[in-house]
Design a protein around this ligand. Sequence first.
Ligand code: UGA
Ligand code: MN
Length: 258
Amino acid sequence: PVIYGITPTYARLAQKADLTRLSQTLMHIKNLHWVVIEDSAEKTKLVANLLKESNLKYTHLNIKTHKTKQSTPTSIQKVRGIKGVAASGVEQRNLALDWLKGHLQKAEDQRGVVFFMDDDNTYSLKVFDEMRKIKRVGVWPVGIVGGMRVEMPLVTDGKVSGFNAWWKPFRPFPIDMAGFAINATLFLEHPEAKFSRKVQSGFQESEILKYFTTRDELEPLAENCTKVYVWHTRTQKPSIVNPQKLKRPLVSYDHIEV
Ligand code: UGA
Ligand code: MN
């Protein structure tokens, strides 16, 4: 199956660094199609060039997030690393799913797996081998997320029997976005499946999964969910001196893409 990696991304100081690291991980994966959706009104040269130079098979899309008032994060949201009530990536992932459905309808071979990838996470090559085994929805542990060293499905007799999650354990599926992948053809069977702006923070994963599976139908991977092959890393927001305050620039570096 083709792995469709769906990655929203937005302009910031460390964007190119994060995308470089992720693209170089993906260069090792056979049969991968990277769908990158910029959170912007226009596609940027930075992302366009990065994709072109990667030699990956990719699709470049863009849609700007409709900004609503964001409240300041609560301490719990800080633990998870959520900046405000509004979730990230909703419009971008939905646009990618629309693209995917059109793409699969035209495809000779519709076999594929959909994996929602943050641009700043860390992915072992092993997680891609795991997801090729998926029949409907596969799950595995995610390292350093939700206030825990590892959030993971608990497995009894080869079936998911519960979840080891501290943050909002009452979520229908207390799993991070990096902890599951979905058979792509299910999106053709359920074309209505998408992310929603209406759900509370942390419920995007449950929102999409509910269309396709129940807790006991989940397929535990990564050695019955005992191995960590993905980490919810977050790049620290860098602080640099305001360029306008640099009294004595040696040379202007505005023309350099960073
Ligand atoms: C966690 C989950 O890992 C995300 O998959 C989920 O979308 C997010 O929470 C959420 O529900 O808000 P976190 O590390 O807090 O992730 O979020 P980010 O990595 O900052 O954002 C997730 C993705 O959306 C990234 O690929 C990021 O580049 C993108 N993003 C973020 C945008 O496209 N626009 C933004 O304004 C912010
Ligand atoms: Mn992230």
